[in-house]
Design a protein around this ligand. Structure first.
Ligand code: HEC
Ligand code: HEC
Length: 347
C-alpha cells in the first residue's frame, strides 16, 4: 500500500514537473501581450482560425524562438525545445483543424514588379519597405485607424520563420477577422502575388541591416553618471533650476529611501528629483504604454565620502529593453535632455 502511494506520488510529480505545461508557459510568457485567450493586446491576435489554419507549427516555433527584433515581440531563446513545443500545442488547442504542413517549395517572381504592387496595395498598412504599421498589436486605449496593426515584413524574425508558401497564401487569401484581406479578391492575379512574394523576400538584406542597428545600443551603459563639483544641497538646487529652465514640471523631491525605511530615518545624503514634461510623456506613452514604468523622469543625487554624484537611467537602454524600434527617437531625445540637465546642474 505504502509502495503504491509512493508510485502515485512519483507519477504525479513527473506529470507536474516532467513535461512542460503549455497553458502555464503561455500564461507566463505570452498572455501579457497576446491575451490569455490569444485575442490580442500589445501583440496581434493569434487565436483567429484564419491565422492558425494557415501557419505551420514550424512557423510558430521559429516565431517564438526568434521573436521580431525591434517590434516588441521578444525572442524566447532561453526556453527549451520541449517548452516551445508545449506552448505551440497550447496555441493549437484554439482551433480544431490540424496544423498545415511546412512547405519548402520556393515561389519565383519578379520582385521589381512586386515592389510596384506593394506600393499600391500594401504600403498604406505595412509601411515603407514593409517596416510595419505604427504601434503594434490590437487597439486598446490607444486611438488608431485600424483595429489590428500590420506586422513588419522587413524583419529578420518574420522572414526566417515564414515560408514562401505561407507568405503567398496569406497575401492570396488574407486573414478573416483582420484588416488583412484577400488580394485575389482585391484583383491581383496569382502571378502578381508571386511577384509580391519575391519583393517581400528581397527585404531580407534591409531586415538584417535594421537588426544590426538595433544591437548598437547594447554597448550603452545602463545609467548616466556625472560628478558634481558642488556640495549636495547646491547640486540639488542647481538641478531644480535646470529642470525648470528646460520647461519641465518639477513634481517632487524625496529622499531615495522614502517609503523604504521609517520616516525620519532616511539617508539624507541621497535625494531623488521627480519631474516631467507632459507633452513628451503622452507622446511616449502613445507609442508604448510600458514606458510608464520609467516615468516620470528621475535624477538621483548622492553624496558619498564627500563626493557628490548625479545619476539617471540611460534612456537609450529603454528602446532595447522593450525591443521597440519606434521608441528609439523619443529615447534618444530623452537621453539628450538628461545629459544636458546633468551638465547644467554641474557647470
Ligand atoms: C488594410 C491593411 C492591410 C493591407 C492593405 C495589407 N495588409 Fe497585410 N496585414 C495586415 C494586418 C492587420 C495583418 C496582421 C493580421 C493578423 O493579425 O493575423 C497583416 C498580415 C500580413 C502578413 C503576415 C505577417 C505575419 O507576421 O504573420 C503578410 C505576409 C502580409 N500581411 C502581406 C501583405 C501584402 C504583401 C499586402 C499587399 C499585397 C498586404 N499585406 C496588404 C494589414 C494589411
Ligand atoms: C512584449 C509583448 C509580447 C510578448 C511577451 C509576446 N509577443 Fe508575440 N507578438 C508581439 C507583437 C507586438 C507581435 C507583432 C509584431 C509586429 O507588429 O511586427 C507579435 C507577433 C507574434 C506572432 C506572429 C503573429 C502573426 O500574425 O504572424 C506569434 C505567432 C506570436 N507573437 C506568438 C507569441 C507567443 C507564443 C508568445 C509567448 C511565448 C509571445 N508571442 C510573446 C508581442 C509579444
Amino acid at each position: 500500500m505504502k509502495n503504491l502511494l509512493i508510485v502515485f506520488v512519483l507519477l504525479f510529480s513527473l506529470s507536474a514537473y516532467g513535461a512542460p505545461h503549455g497553458d502555464k508557459l503561455y500564461a507566463t510568457h505570452c498572455s501579457a501581450c497576446h491575451g490569455i485567450d490569444g485575442k490580442g493586446g500589445v501583440g496581434v491576435p493569434i487565436a483567429l482560425p484564419s491565422f492558425l489554419n494557415s501557419v505551420s507549427n514550424e512557423y510558430l516555433k521559429k516565431t517564438i524562438r526568434l521573436g521580431r527584433p525591434g517590434r516588441i515581440m521578444p525572442a524566447f531563446d532561453v526556453l527549451s525545445n520541449a517548452q516551445v513545443s508545449a506552448i505551440v500545442e497550447h496555441v493549437r488547442s484554439w482551433t480544431d483543424k490540424p496544423a498545415p504542413p511546412e512547405s519548402s517549395a520556393s515561389v519565383k517572381g519578379d520582385s521589381e514588379h512586386g515592389k510596384q504592387l506593394f506600393a499600391k496595395y500594401c504600403v498604406q498598412c505595412h509601411g515603407e519597405n514593409g517596416s510595419g504599421g505604427k504601434g503594434t498589436g490590437v487597439t486598446f486605449s490607444r486611438k488608431r485607424d485600424l483595429p489590428i496593426i500590420a506586422p513588419a515584413l522587413n524583419n529578420t524574425g518574420f522572414l526566417a520563420a515564414a515560408s514562401d508558401v505561407m507568405i503567398r497564401d496569406t497575401i492570396a487569401f488574407g486573414r478573416e477577422g483582420t484588416p488583412m484581406t484577400s488580394m485575389l479578391v482585391a484583383g491581383l492575379s496569382e502571378n502578381d502575388i508571386d511577384d509580391v512574394v519575391a519583393y517581400v523576400r528581397s527585404l531580407e538584406k534591409s531586415a538584417a541591416e535594421l537588426k544590426q542597428n538595433l544591437n548598437q545600443n547594447d554597448e550603452e551603459p545602463p545609467t548616466i553618471v556625472v560628478d558634481s563639483p558642488y556640495d549636495l544641497e547646491e547640486t540639488v538646487e542647481n538641478l531644480k533650476q535646470a529642470i525648470i529652465d528646460q520647461n519641465f514640471t518639477l513634481i517632487r523631491t524625496d529622499y531615495l529611501e522614502h517609503g523604504l525605511v521609517e520616516e525620519g530615518k532616511e539617508n539624507k545624503k541621497q535625494v531623488v528629483l521627480h519631474f516631467c514634461n507632459f507633452g513628451f510623456l503622452f507622446e511616449a506613452l502613445a507609442i508604448d504604454p510600458r514606458v510608464g514604468m520609467f516615468l516620470p523622469c528621475r535624477v538621483t543625487v548622492i553624496e558619498k565620502d564627500g563626493k557628490v554624484q548625479l545619476s539617471a537611467v540611460n534612456p537609450k537602454r529603454l528602446s532595447r529593453l522593450f525591443n521597440n524600434h519606434e521608441l528609439d527617437a523619443p529615447c534618444d531625445e530623452m537621453y539628450e535632455v538628461y545629459s544636458s540637465l546633468l551638465e547644467d546642474a554641474t557647470l
